[in-house]
Design a protein around this ligand. Structure first.
Ligand SMILES: Nc1ncnc2c1ncn2[C@@H]1O[C@H](COP(=O)(O)OP(=O)(O)O)[C@@H](O)[C@H]1O
Ligand SMILES: [Mg+2]
Length: 244
């Protein structure tokens, strides 16, 4: 199963992707987390720390600089540029490759190409996409199975999320699940539900423990496992396994 996580900048895509990836890996799935943001920081939320997250990026820079051999396939790319994260998650950074060279699977491969190419039934892929709709608009049918739309209760975030869900439906990309993130009040919850009729958003409370973990550069699952926001995201992961 391939899962793409989308939403407006700052809506909680990376936090959500990290909790999903680790929870799904804990349930026994081989899990690959793809950081598709040009400012990659999924490593921090997965719990490998700042240094390892920085190092991941610099391997990619080395390829750009011609100091490393190029990868020959999508899976080779993931192996070569990946790193092991807690719970057995494999993390690879896909974005921000400069100097795209057509025909080379590592330099210039886009998140949408990689998602189309990675195909192993025994593995889950979670892609933390760049903010906005760009990548999902370019995704080919069959490249993902589920799109998780992360939206905050603010009007701009809800609108962005609603448009994302609409594009997924229009393109027939797959199922949509919604995380109504950083919900504070019943009114917030009602706003999120109204923006996604028929989709039964998973309500994720605004949770100081998630922010505190982020400030320390720790994974929410390590720093705040029992916190309500984290528990709601774990619930979303279990929901994904149920729809399988
Ligand atoms: N449910 C939540 N409660 C409180 N803070 C949150 C929650 N979800 C995310 N955050 C915080 O919001 C900020 C943006 O989250 P992040 O996952 O990096 O968003 P994105 O990847 O969409 O830009 C981070 O500081 C993160 O810790
Ligand atoms: Mg992010």
């Amino acid at each position: 199963m391939k899962i793409a996580v989308v939403g407006k900048g700052g809506s909680g895509k990376t936090t959500t992707s990290a909790v999903l990836a680790r929870t799904l890996a804990q349930s026994g799935w081989a899990t690959l987390a793809l950081d598709c943001d040009s400012n990659p920081n999924l490593g921090i939320s997965l719990g490998i720390g700042e240094e390892a997250t920085e190092r991941l990026v610099s391997v990619r820079d080395a390829v750009d600089a011609g100091e490393e051999e190029h990868a020959t396939s999508a899976d080779d790319l993931v192996e070569r540029f990946g790193v092991d994260a807690p719970d057995g998650v494999r993390l690879a950074v896909v974005s921000a490759i400069q100097n795209p060279k057509p025909g080379c699977p590592c330099c210039g491969i886009s998140p949408e190409q990689l998602l189309a190419e990675l195909e192993r039934p025994d593995r889950l892929v979670i892609a933390d996409l760049e903010a906005g709709l760009g990548t999902i608009m370019r995704l080919e049918k069959g490249s993902v199975d589920v799109v998780v739309v992360v939206g905050e209760p603010t009007m701009k975030s809800r609108e962005g999320g609603r448009r994302a869900a609409e594009s997924v439906f229009e393109a027939g990309l797959g199922r949509v699940m919604v995380a109504g993130n950083r919900t504070r009040t019943d009114e917030d919850e009602a706003r999120v539900r109204a923006a996604f009729p028929g989709l039964e958003p998973v309500i994720v409370p605004d949770d100081q423990a998630i922010l505190d973990a982020e400030r320390r550069g720790e994974a929410p699952l390590d720093a705040a496992r029992g916190a309500p926001g984290v528990r709601a995201l774990v619930g979303l992961a279990n929901g994904l396994l149920d729809v399988g």
